[in-house]
Design a protein around this ligand. Structure first.
Ligand code: UD1
Ligand code: CA
Length: 458
């Protein structure tokens, strides 16, 4: 039996109190709906998933336009069964339909795959879970023989039913032929006056269709997101899961509860990551790297034996082996740093190439520059790369020594082995191997007195 996948994502998400449609709220910087779609990517289905969209539909479609899905509109949001009904004409009668909710993003591929393989072909499959706080969710009602007989929404539940802890995840696997028969007959006679998909359970019971239920490996996988509290809880669960996966690969995290990955991370062996590190976008960390606390790496590649000290913000950079960066360094996009380079505190580097063994230790700005090997940049050196209209390059040859507090007014070339005297403002090229300096003469005024504050009367 072939598989069709349907993701329901047309709701507004009133409980989010937001102008953004709920399914576009982000978990780990990625929309909830994108998580759900990606969880289905490698399932054995010949068609891309159908996504039912509605509330602010254009915005949802636009935000996820790069994904391979079939968009189906639900013009009015009349309930989950009504949402599914919009897709049914597109699904062959002989298929099974895996139904997911766009606000249940933590479900894993493994759980879904197991669910699909274990649900008997003619049964109605449902993922349910025992949860400590079932408030707001649909409860699973079983008979004395533990057979599922119906799902009751919290708003329609009796007090006894509200005490049930087994909840409906919103994930079902149902043969299309049943849905085509049942869905048109559901009504909206409930407290929310919505067409509830959950009512198919009763129809399965009435029609003697077997019901197969399965729990996820951890109940957290099926937590739905209806408000910002649940969104924050899901974020922590997601991060904890990611952190555990990394620790199982041998990464040392000093505190897995203070660690965030918001993208794709590849890590080598013997990597140590201190507290409050945030890794965003595509991040690759080589072997034997150390990342200091409060550091942000965004789209960064680190080779082996790189140490990033505390409080650095590094974005769009490639850093070769044995470099040491920080604390308090900021490296901006399109920067390439070769091996054994040392970047110290309060250094900003943008769109620059720094060759091996170069040192930039204290306070400075290097922008649109190319630095050779074994260059030494003194404290407070600044490349003046912007003339108010255009950006210009600074080129510094191998072995050059730039004295402290130098301004290099670009475009400018500092020759190999050149020395620049401290405090110079360099506006023309400096020849190789020579000392170039540019400063006013020093003089002393003997009888000069510093101004004193007049003493205040009390
Ligand atoms: C639903 C289930 C509940 C379950 C919970 C799990 C129903 C009636 N209830 O409740 O049993 O425990 O999910 O998280 O199904 N949607 C549409 N069109 C609509 C209405 C909803 O596409 O007309 C989509 C929403 O965008 C959302 C999903 O369906 O992604 C679930 O809707 P929501 O309103 O959040 O249902 P819950 O009250 O959470
Ligand atoms: Ca929900």
């Amino acid at each position: 039996m072939s598989l069709s996948i349907v993701i329901l994502a047309a709701g507004q998400g009133k409980r989010m109190h937001s102008q953004l449609p709920k399914v576009l709220h982000c978990l780990a910087k990625k929309p909830l709906l994108e998580h759900v779609i990606q969880n289905t990517l490698n399932l054995d289905s010949t068609m891309p998933p159908f996504v039912v969209y509605g509330h602010q539909g254009d915005r949802v479609k636009q935000a996820l336009s790069k994904l391979n899905v079939v968009w189906i509109e639900q013009q009015e949001q009349l309930g989950t069964a009504h949402a599914l009904l919009q897709v049914l004409p597109h699904i062959p009668l002989e298929n099974r339909v895996l139904i997911l909710y766009g606000d249940v993003p933590l479900i894993t591929f493994d759980t879904l795959q197991q669910f699909i393989s274990k649900t008997p072909a003619d049964a109605l499959g449902i993922i349910t879970a025992q949860v400590p706080e079932p408030a707001g969710l649909g409860r699973i009602v079983r008979d004395a023989g533990q057979k599922i007989i119906r799902i009751v929404e919290e708003k329609d539940a009796s007090e006894i039913e509200r005490n049930l802890n087994e909840i409906n995840s919103g994930i079902y696997l149902i043969p299309a032929r049943y849905l085509k028969k049942w869905l048109p007959h559901l009504n909206n006679h409930n407290s929310q006056q919505e067409y509830y998909l959950t009512d198919v359970i009763q129809l399965a019971v009435e029609n003697k269709v077997p019901i197969y239920s399965q729990a996820p490996s951890r109940y957290e996988e099926v937590l739905g997101i209806n408000d910002c509290v649940q969104l924050a809880q899901a974020e922590r669960l997601y991060q904890r899961r990611y952190a555990e996966k990394l620790m199982q690969q041998g990464v040392t995290l000093s505190d897995p509860n203070r660690f965030d990955v918001r993208g794709e991370l590849t890590v080598g062996l013997d990597v140590t990551i201190d507290a409050n590190v945030i890794l965003e976008g595509q991040v690759i960390i080589g072997n034997h790297c150390i990342i200091g606390s409060n550091t942000i790496l965004r789209n960064v590649i680190l080779s082996d034996y790189v140490e990033i000290k505390e409080n650095c913000v590094i974005e769009g950079a490639v850093i070769a082996e044995h470099c040491v960066v920080g604390p308090f360094a900021r490296i901006r996009p399109t920067t390439k740093i070769a091996s054994h380079v040392q970047i110290g505190n309060f250094i900003e580097i943008k769109n620059s190439m720094i060759d091996s063994y170069t040192k930039i230790h204290h306070v400075g700005y290097i922008g649109d520059s190319e630095l050779g090997k074994e260059v030494n940049i003194g404290a407070g050196t600044i490349t003046c790369n912007y003339d108010g209209a255009n950006k210009h390059k600074t080129l510094i040859g191998d072995g050059a020594f730039i004295g402290s507090n130098t301004e290099l007014v670009a475009p400018v070339i500092i020759g190999e082995g050149a020395t620049i005297g401290a405090g110079s403002t360099i506006t023309r090229d400096a020849p190789p191997q020579q000392l170039t300096l540019c400063r006013g003469h020093q003089r002393s005024i003997a009888k000069w007195q510093r101004k004193k504050k007049e003493s205040r009367e009390i």
